[in-house]
Design a protein around this ligand. Sequence first.
Ligand SMILES: [Zn+2]
Ligand SMILES: [Zn+2]
Length: 285
Amino acid sequence: MSPDIQSVRIGEISITCLPDGAANIDGHPYREDTDSGEEVDWSWYHHKFPNDFHGDSHNWRIHNNCFLIQTNETNILVDTGVGVGPYPRYKNMHGTLMQSLGAAGVSVTEINYVVLTHAHPDHVAWNVDAEGSPYFPNAHYLLHQKDWDEFTGRTPVPPFFVRFVEPLKEIGLLRLISGNVEIAPGVTCFETPGHTPGSVSIRISSQGEYLYVTGDVIVSPFYVFEPSRAFHSDLNSREGISTRIQLIEEVVEHTGLIASAHIGSSGIGSVLPSGGDYEFRPLFR
Ligand SMILES: [Zn+2]
Ligand SMILES: [Zn+2]
């Protein structure tokens, strides 16, 4: 296994981070003008999480992580990254999901399910190739009904959605979900709205251990320390905040781990209570 590929076991289930790349972008994980709270000490965060920030202004180094969940019988891929690229919002990044999957020793034909935590372009772009053929031909692709409705209801439908999501419906691989969906024993998809109306997270529980794949509910260590800050990409920031706090409380209650789509060092770590607040401790450095 390549040194970049990190795995963790939750009871009988294995979770592997599949990096799709990273980019030093401009600005912070949130925009000050969306929030009336006190100023954030970004240098403190940069010092504590050197992989998640860059430069003298402590701007955001955004990582783009997909995750592979493996039970005894089922391979589940969570999110499909920015695709071939170039992806302009991440400094023209080219996605590396396919190399990461190869390094993890799994082929595209072995993926049984693809769970799309939500339909943003940095999470769906390895769904289908330029001809509209699925990269994961044997997989059911799961997307929440409300994200389908949100993006198909826009005029015009965003080009990335037409290009990377709609073809799945035409070829019959898209399964629109709602409510809680158990994908495999110990692996449940549940609704965590706010970032988008149909955002979902995945709860993995086995032998009393827990891990939560958070999608964009938690995109930076910053949002564990300061969960009630608004994330500027949330379509409904008030709902995003309450979802985030609820998720963090559940993780803490189960002494669980989180796996974030946009945190560095494989995005996996624990959330610990710390005086009435919470802190994030990465599992890998
Ligand atoms: Zn998003
Ligand atoms: Zn995202």
